[in-house]
Design a protein around this ligand. Structure first.
Ligand code: GUN
Ligand code: ZN
Length: 642
């Protein structure tokens, strides 16, 4: 598919994106409230959703609209937008769910698509075969195959945006294949057949299904998750890259007198405290809602439930923007054992997340013991394991995580009087880490519960004194070891990023270490007084123009490189953003947040860019940014040095 979603920000698979529709863009992740096509069956008007809550897309049932002759006539005459009184985007569902619940329906797949189109649906859904989690593999396979055939037929009939359901029951192989087919045939891959798991709170069983779907999805398809009504699931869904949620929960729960909260559900009758002061509660505080006449109570609850859901979507969006989605997911998991079970199960699927795991985030805050199983840590361990040990370890000194500043480092000998190197390992929440790498993400910014559990006074001084005591008989303790540490840390950082041989090559030039005057932390590596690499708070060296030229010379294509197509070369050279459709890369170690060398077809260096996409995604997303330029010939330095 050439259109699809445009990525604006991301945190792993989670993303802020935009889907263009004939009735305006949908900013994702978005909640599409399920709207009943018969106005008297709908507790909250779509117009109010648009005006009061900023909702720009809803979903309605094409099947129910078709089934009732009066509604069908109105859809054919006026279209869905007039029928619902909604100016934003309208997605229509095909009726597979009703077919499943009520048995055979009389609508054919072709007639379903034609009707959705005739009514001016912005996103039409293929009539799929709903598959229960308990279906046999044979049944599930046949249903997925039929769904795929119908999707292919719908694609031929429909020029508009098409949502293709992903079925496959509880079988990873079928789910993966269905996701691949859906990404190929539709602008939106809509994960279906999951409502039974939601209704029974079997979220952990959903995890292997989502992992399998994730493996099959291809950019630029947007991802819809059918039936994720409860706001406590939005963060969890977004983590897997879900862009669109549809919710009937706000209305269903309201009908039975339940109030939705971001972390659970409570019967409105039990709410005796005014726990919310939103503008709805200003009019009717929650404790009074319980006493309203039935219809009014349902309406008030539905509105409040929707407001809570929209708030949670915005909270999720904010978390994606700030790189804190894992923290939000973990906090939500604590709200219900069923979600906690799902969180545990996610950790078993770390490999699914590794390709999109960013180079760094601004912070790493531990929330629950499972925080230590986040992909950021799995990736760090994987890289530590892969790395050749730079120094033969004759002696290893263990010490707590200490700041890598001159005061500390100058007192720690790097070798014995006979020239044997001393290897320092910092004990960190993620395990022992070479001291020189202990400020790299995620270890550097890691805030652990332990750290706040013991008294801090004198901890560093004590650790240094103990280490020195241990080395007293074999080392010269009077020497200033600062310069030796400069060299070791420089080497460790360069090797961590580009490998041992490239690091050695880069170090053939005289790369001097400059530390922050304020904090004492390593900030820049300089050549002839000008910065070649700038190290930010994430502990990762980023090449300036000068550094990029060195790196370019020290590596061979395709290492560290993104190839820019000829049409975009003049723009990139000037420092203009590189767009996905002009970019290609073959170095699989590049990831979101990597600094990459942007080169032309002849491997001429054009600029340095910070990647937003993975090598696999480059070019496949047809819209949007691949990399922002951080340095080029005319703006040689990335900012950040102090
Ligand atoms: N609504 C809830 N689940 C589903 C599903 O699997 N397919 C469709 N088309 N709609 C749904
Ligand atoms: Zn309120």
């Amino acid at each position: 598919m050439d259109s699809g979603i445009e990525l604006l920000e991301r945190d792993g698979w989670a993303r802020l994106g935009r889907i263009e529709t004939p009735h305006g863009p949908i900013e994702t992740p978005a909640l599409l409230p399920v709207v009943h096509p018969a106005p008297d069956r709908q507790p909250v008007s779509p117009r109010w959703m648009y005006e009061a809550l900023g909702i720009r897309a809803v979903i309605t049932s094409a099947y129910i609209s078709w089934k009732q002759p009066e509604l069908q006539a109105r859809v054919r005459a006026e279209g869905f937008h007039r029928l619902l009184g909604f100016p934003g985007a309208i997605m229509t569902d095909s009726g597979a769910f009703q077919q499943h619940v009520y048995g055979q329906i009389e609508l054919t797949p072709d007639a379903s698509i034609d009707f959705q189109q005739a009514g001016g649906s912005d996103i039409a859904t293929v009539l799929d075969i709903f598959t229960e989690p308990t279906a046999s593999w044979e049944e599930a396979r046949a249903a997925a195959e039929t769904t795929r055939e119908r999707a292919a037929a719908a694609r031929r009939r429909s020029p508009g945006l098409l949502a293709v359901p992903v079925q496959g029951g509880s079988y990873p192989d079928l789910r993966r294949e269905a996701a691949r087919a859906a990404s190929e045939l539709g602008e939106i891959a809509a994960i279906g057949g999951v409502v039974p798991w939601f209704e029974t709170y079997r979220f952990a069983e959903l995890v292997p299904v989502l992992a399998a779907v994730r493996r099959g999805l291809e950019p630029p398809a947007a991802v819809h998750l059918f039936g994720t009504g409860h706001p406590m699931l939005f963060a969890f869904g977004a983590l897997w890259g879900v862009d669109l949620f549809d919710s009937s929960a706000y209305a269903k729960f309201a009908r039975r007198g339940d109030l939705l909260l971001p972390d659970g559900t409570v019967p409105i009758d039990s709410v005796k405290e005014p726990i919310c002061f939103c503008r709805l509660c200003e009019e009717t505080p929650l404790p009074e809602v319980a006493g309203l006449p039935e219809k009014e109570r349902e309406r008030a609850l539905a509105r409040h439930n929707l407001l809570t859901s929209v708030e949670e979507i915005h909270r999720v969006r904010r978390a994606i923007r700030e790189g804190t989605l894992w923290e939000l997911v973990e906090r939500r998991a604590v709200g219900h054992p069923s979600l906690y079970a799902a969180l545990r199960s996610i950790a078993d699927h770390a490999p699914v997340f590794l390709p999109v795991e960013p180079v760094s985030r601004r912070a790493f805050r531990e929330v629950v013991p499972e925080s230590r199983r986040r992909p950021a840590i799995a990736l760090f361990h994987e890289r530590l394991g892969r790395r050749a040990n730079p120094v033969p370890t004759a002696r290893t000194v263990e010490l707590p995580k200490v700041p890598l500043i001159p005061d500390v480092l100058s007192a720690l000998p790097t070798e014995t009087t006979t020239g044997e190197p001393i290897d320092y390992r910092a004990t960190t929440p993620v395990g022992p880490v070479p001291l020189a790498l202990s400020e790299v993400y995620p270890v550097g910014p890691y805030l652990s519960v332990e750290e706040f559990s013991s008294p801090v006074a004198g901890r560093v001084r004590q650790a240094v004194a103990t280490a020195r005591e241990q080395l007293r008989s074999v080392c010269d303790l009077d020497r200033d070891w600062g310069p030796a540490w400069d060299a070791r840390q420089r080497h460790a950082l360069l090797a961590w990023n580009w490998g041992e041989t490239v690091a050695e090559d880069l170090e053939r030039e005289n790369l001097t270490v400059q530390r922050s005057r304020r904090t004492g932390r390593l900030r820049t590596l300089r050549v002839d007084g000008s910065p070649a690499f700038v190290v930010g708070d994430e502990g990762i060296p980023r090449p300036t123009w000068r550094g990029a030229k060195m790196l370019h010379a020290a590596t061979c294509s395709p290492a560290a490189r993104v190839r820019v197509e000829p049409d975009a070369v003049p723009f990139v050279r000037e420092g203009k953003t590189l767009f996905s459709r002009f970019a290609r890369a073959e170095d699989s170690s590049l990831r979101p947040g990597s600094s990459a060398l942007l080169v032309d077809e002849d491997d001429q260096l054009l600029a340095v860019g910070r990647l937003m996409l993975t090598p696999h995604e480059l070019g496949r997303f047809r819209r949007g940014v691949a990399a922002v330029i951080t340095a080029h010939a005319r703006r040689p330095e990335e900012s950040g040095a102090d």
